[in-house]
Write a protein that binds this ligand. Structure first.
Ligand SMILES: [Zn+2]
Length: 143
């Protein structure tokens, strides 16, 4: 019997597009995933365009195959798509039932691995396509 390496995800910005992503190894296969919890429809669209999908289970990302997707009948976990630079989820793609749990998970993960970087909220908002406006910004408001 062969055992493959599985690691806890690391949280950080993509060096190309600077969006937050999770990287790690699941059963020997490296992954890069967007930490945005997707709806069933958004997961299907991602898979149809060649992206993989991953479930957040016990603090680890697990590649979703046919059998694991069938397990959703017992309750669908937070699901992420593999990262593709420049592809941001639409607001309708985000599964609202999992946003709070994923945000808390990312905050803990990010704080543990990148305590000296920008606040995790900045990464979460920008990875969702938003823009953080600080109270001290002197730029012209975009609204
Ligand atoms: Zn990227």
């Amino acid at each position: 019997m062969t055992h493959f390496v599985t690691t806890r995800p690391r949280c950080g910005p993509c060096p190309s597009c600077h969006c937050l992503r999770l990287t790690g190894i699941d059963e020997g296969l490296p992954y890069r995933a967007d930490p945005v919890p997707l709806t069933v429809q958004a997961e299907l669209r991602a898979r149809l365009t060649g992206r993989g999908s991953f479930a957040l289970l016990a603090g680890r990302l697990v590649h979703r195959d046919r059998d694991r997707i069938r397990g959703d009948v017992r309750g669908r976990p937070p699901v992420f798509a593999s990262h593709r630079c420049g592809v941001l989820p639409a607001a309708d793609d985000v599964e609202p039932r999992h946003v709070r749990a994923v945000t808390e998970y990312l905050s803990r993960l990010h704080a543990a691995t990148h305590a000296d970087e920008d606040p995790v909220l900045w990464h979460i908002v920008t990875s969702l396509g938003g823009r953080v406006i600080g109270l001290t910004d002197t730029q012209t408001p975009p609204y």
